[in-house]
Design a binder for this molecule. Structure first.
Ligand SMILES: Nc1ncnc2c1ncn2[C@@H]1O[C@H](COP(=O)(O)OP(=O)(O)OP(=O)(O)O)[C@@H](O)[C@H]1O
Ligand SMILES: [Mg+2]
Length: 505
């Protein structure tokens, strides 16, 4: 097409018919381009071109479309698409990968519409950035994979719990019979020594099956008090085999400070530490065995328990450090799901904690988790409900009848200094206390030397009772509580439940 004609067409296009189309297409964040029948550009909406690709008018004038194709092959494909589509009577669409001026890769959909303008053939090309749609497509597909993954985990969980249960019965026999035989003095000493090895091994198996069961246990509806030491040791026990198999011998674990207890979901928190330590193992096996070192440090300040997990090996590079907690981000060649740290972060958040990676670490990777101490949880909850409860329990005398020391320690923390709180573990000792002088008795049902219910029947006219019990299956017990209008809270319970029981009592 000669120059005069081109200029004429461009003028007509801008002045007349396409004015409206230009506005509409521009507002849809699409780039409108008009090509003549030689496929030379006669119009281009530079503003939207700049918005989508970041290039300026002069860049386009100088280099044409080449500038947005990262490689020559894709550019050739694009030219081929233009040529074949221009010959066609129909509208054709295709998706190409392009690069923006900042080198970021985007996906664009190209639609070519052959058009006749008063006998002149032109081609309308609409370019649309569909990167977001592509991303969403990918996300939906990966969510499906995610579901499949979780379903598999669920099936695996059921299988493991079945096996663990079945193993427990023969184990109980091995353990029990070996124990009886050890006591048999007619047996020779070396046989009894061997039997000790058998009981020890059976005990170890029992620990493993218990641990397996804890791991696959469905989430409890209630949070429980968890000793961090017990939690981490249970995960390490689980990973023992992996450490040995991979020659990871230098493992340093330390627990410092008091109150290393959190309120949370045991199996979920196990999953957090499992995911992080498994990542450490993946890293450690990349370096020579003599350099493999794993360190787990737990300590606490007033508000938080801090757990640091450090492994020698690769330092997490600055360009990926902000991505590692994103779902499906993985650098593992054998195909990690990239969900480990994402799930860990979700679980920690659910526990009002934080997880981060130490960006200053120069010798390997250090993950730092902080979780609120139970003391902090108690303070937070009690400040909110303090006003109501204060009047109810201010200056009140409380007697706790329970042999579970963890529990009584927790109650001691809960009640303020204004309260007189006494603790007894046995029913016979009640005689030493003037029960009438207490405003409230918090009492376990099953005690080492008797039953809390008997205590209630004896003293019910002298003071008020709240019961706590771990025996959640005893329906007779609960109908007794119901009939007598008694408050009973099930162990483990949250502070809110305790407060509710006191307020309602
Ligand atoms: N201890 C570590 N040292 C170095 N890089 C790590 C460490 N832990 C995690 N990463 C990096 O973070 C990425 C994401 O970890 P994440 O656990 O979420 O997924 P993954 O381990 O790749 O996959 P999966 O957990 O399914 O096996 C890893 O691919 C790795 O690049
Ligand atoms: Mg992982």
């Amino acid at each position: 097409m000669n120059k005069k004609n081109k200029a004429f067409l461009e003028k007509r296009f801008i002045d007349e018919k396409f004015d409206l189309a230009k506005v509409v297409i521009g507002s849809l964040n699409k780039v409108l381009v008009i090509l003549d029948d030689d496929l030379d550009i006669i119009y281009i909406d530079y503003d939207s071109f700049n918005e989508v690709f970041g290039f300026e008018r002069n860049d386009v004038i100088k280099s044409g479309f080449k500038i947005i194709f990262g490689d020559i092959f894709s550019y050739k494909e694009f030219k081929k698409f233009l040529e074949t589509s221009a010959k066609s009577f129909f509208t054709n669409s295709v998706v190409f990968r392009n690069v923006r001026s900042n080198r970021v890769e985007i996906h664009c959909k190209y639609t070519l519409i052959p058009y006749h303008l008063n006998g002149d053939k032109i081609n309308i090309l609409v370019i649309e950035d569909i990167s977001k749609i592509e991303e969403q497509k990918k996300l939906i597909m990966s969510k499906e994979k995610d579901l499949i993954h979780y379903q598999r985990l669920d099936v695996l969980g059921k299988l493991i719990s079945g096996i663990a249960h079945d193993l427990n019965n023969p184990l109980a026999s091995i353990y029990g019979i070996a124990n009886i035989l050890i006591e048999d003095e007619t047996l020779e000493d070396d046989i009894r020594q061997d039997l000790k090895i058998v009981t020890k091994a059976a005990q170890q198996c029992k620990n493993i099956t218990e641990n397996l069961l804890k791991f696959v246990r469905k989430k409890n509806m209630e949070k429980e008090y968890i000793e961090i030491k017990e939690l981490i040791e249970s995960v390490l026990l689980f990973l023992n085999y992996h450490f040995r198999k991979n020659n990871i011998e230098k493992i340093n674990i330390s627990f410092q400070g008091e109150n290393l207890t959190v309120l949370g979901y045991f199996s979920e928190l196990q999953q957090v530490f499992y995911n992080i330590i498994i990542n450490s193992i993946d890293e450690l096996i990349q370096i020579p065995p003599k350099d493999r070192y794993l360190e787990i440090k737990c300590y606490s300040n007033k508000k938080n328990i801090i757990i640091e997990i450090f492994n020698t090996g690769r330092v997490i590079e600055p360009q990926i450090v902000d991505k590692i907690f994103e779902p499906f981000f993985s650098t593992k060649k054998n195909g990690g799901t990239g969900l480990g740290l994402y799930i860990a972060k979700k679980i920690i958040k659910e526990h009002d904690g934080e997880i981060m990676v130490d960006k200053q670490e120069k010798k390997g990777a250090r993950f730092i988790i902080s979780l609120p101490t139970t003391q902090d949880v108690i303070t937070k909850v009690t400040t909110n409900i303090n006003k109501k409860i204060e009047s109810k329990i201010r200056n009140k005398n409380i007697l706790i009848v329970d042999d579970d020391e963890n529990f009584t320690e927790f109650l001691l923390k809960f009640f303020s200094k204004e309260n007189k709180v006494d603790i007894t573990k046995r029913i016979v000792e009640i005689e030493n206390y003037n029960i009438q002088s207490y405003d409230l008795v918090i009492c376990d049902v099953v005690l080492p030397d008797g039953n809390g219910i008997d205590l209630y029947l004896k003293y019910k006219n002298k003071t008020k009772f709240i019961f706590v019990t771990a025996d959640i299956l005893d329906t007779n017990l609960f109908s007794f509580f119901e009939k007598n209008n008694l408050m009973c809270i099930k162990k483990p319970f949250t502070i809110e439940e305790l407060v509710r029981a006191i307020l309602l009592e």
